[in-house]
Design a protein around this ligand. Structure first.
Ligand SMILES: CC(C)(COP(=O)(O)OP(=O)(O)OC[C@H]1O[C@@H](n2cnc3c(N)ncnc32)[C@H](O)[C@@H]1OP(=O)(O)O)[C@@H](O)C(=O)NCCC(=O)NCCSC(=O)CCC(=O)O
Ligand SMILES: O=C(O)C1=N[C@H](C(=O)O)CCC1
Ligand SMILES: [Mg+2]
Length: 329
């Protein structure tokens, strides 16, 4: 079983560029090189002078600062300190730093507090010109047209695309819209077009992701989430068990799991194993799937003759990941 409990002993520091709307709302903060620091000093965010920004972020940072009248925002340089990642995020800069820590692989999913993160993130229009306050979209669209530019609004959401802020090494992402900032993609991960990875979720090793990795879900090394497969989420709709998938598992196309899987498990294509699903064991005993949560070496299938969901020892190895698909990420 994959260990998903990362140590929670440390703080973090980063310099970055923040986008501030006309009403003072922080729309985003980009931290290009966040660091974990054991004793980082008092928590908080300070604004940096142009000189200090150039020192901490590089010379190019100075030109990025200032009012952007086209978008109706100001770009400022900041330095954010988190004294303890165990404490909940205090403001928007802090929340953004934690999302960066995940996507930079400095912290694993569940390795820090993200309590109250939704309340700290503004709903933002993510556009081809950068973040824009949702109420200003039409004004900004006109400003862009006036300069012969076409404004693309790629999403209106609290989380931006990960790849606009962090591009981790050794991964392939077929459709960048499908991976939110705060996703943790280990080296060797491929996310195909139908795949999705939420914040505080992701992979711990080489994986093929053609299905959805919901918030909080972690997938172990060598596992494959088949096309359109679902890992049940906990943020909305009543699911309350945080799911993890162990190593070398296969969740078949259009299948789903509402329980944790240990290592070397297979779920038949199209079978959704919810926590309450009654599962017939090889000896005929019927158990609820939640009683098998976290167990290894199980093949779940729906008997196509009887309709009964069965658990069998997973002796028929599914062959593992196709190495060719992962060897040049
Ligand atoms: C459940 C399994 C794992 C079973 O495969 P196995 O290789 O173990 O079994 P098998 O060799 O097919 O069959 C062994 C024996 O069991 C029988 N058998 C198999 N499934 C059965 C079922 N549901 N009910 C009753 N009997 C069944 C067979 O007929 C055979 O019988 P005899 O011994 O009597 O002959 C498979 O069917 C499956 O669902 N694989 C998932 C593949 C997948 O979805 N990959 C994701 C790719 S992602 C993708 O495709 C992207 C595209 C997309 O987006 O959709
Ligand atoms: O990793 C890839 O690339 C994959 N390609 C296949 C395809 O495009 O059909 C599907 C599985 C992964
Ligand atoms: Mg077979």
């Amino acid at each position: 079983m994959t260990d998903t409990t990362a140590p929670r002993t440390t703080g973090a520091v980063a310099a970055g560029l923040a986008t501030i709307a006309a009403d003072g709302t922080v729309l985003d903060t980009w931290f290009p090189a966040p660091e974990l620091v054991a004793e980082p000093g008092p928590a908080g965010t300070e604004r940096l002078s142009a000189e200090r920004a150039a020192e901490l972020l590089g010379g190019g940072a100075t030109a990025a600062l200032g009012q952007d009248s086209r978008r109706g925002v100001e770009v400022v340089a900041v330095r954010t300190v988190i004294s303890s990642l165990d404490e909940k995020p205090s403001d928007t800069h802090d929340a953004y730093l934690r999302l960066h820590l995940l996507s930079h692989r400095l912290v694993k999913p569940h390795g820090q507090s993200l309590d109250g993160v939704f309340g700290l993130l503004a709903n933002v229009a993510w556009t081809s010109l950068g973040p824009v306050a949702v109420d200003d979209i039409e004004k900004v669209r006109l400003n862009a047209r006036a300069e012969g530019l076409h404004l693309q609004v790629t999403s209106i959401d609290k989380f931006p695309r990960m790849t606009d802020y962090v591009a981790p090494k050794g991964v392939r992402i077929a459709d960048a819209d499908r991976v939110r900032l705060g996703a943790h993609l280990a080296e060797g991960t491929t996310v195909m077009h139908e795949g999705f990875v939420n914040f505080n979720a992701g992979t711990l090793g080489t994986s093929m992701v053609e299905g959805r990795i919901s918030a909080g879900v972690v997938v172990g090394d060598g596992s494959d989430i088949g096309g359109g497969a679902s890992t049940m989420g906990t943020l909305s709709g009543g699911g309350n068990v945080i799911i993890s998938i162990g190593e070398r598992c296969l969740i078949g196309a259009e299948a789903g799991v509402g329980i944790a899987l240990g290592d070397e498990c297979v779920v038949e294509a199209g079978l959704y194993v919810t926590a309450g699903t009654r599962v017939t064991m090889p000896d005929g005993q019927v158990v609820k799937a939640r009683d098998l949560s976290g167990a290894s070496n199980i093949l779940f299938r729906r008997n196509s003759v009887t309709g009964v969901v069965e658990a069998r020892p997973n002796n028929a190895v599914w062959g593992g990941l196709n190495e060719i698909l992962h060897s040049h990420n």
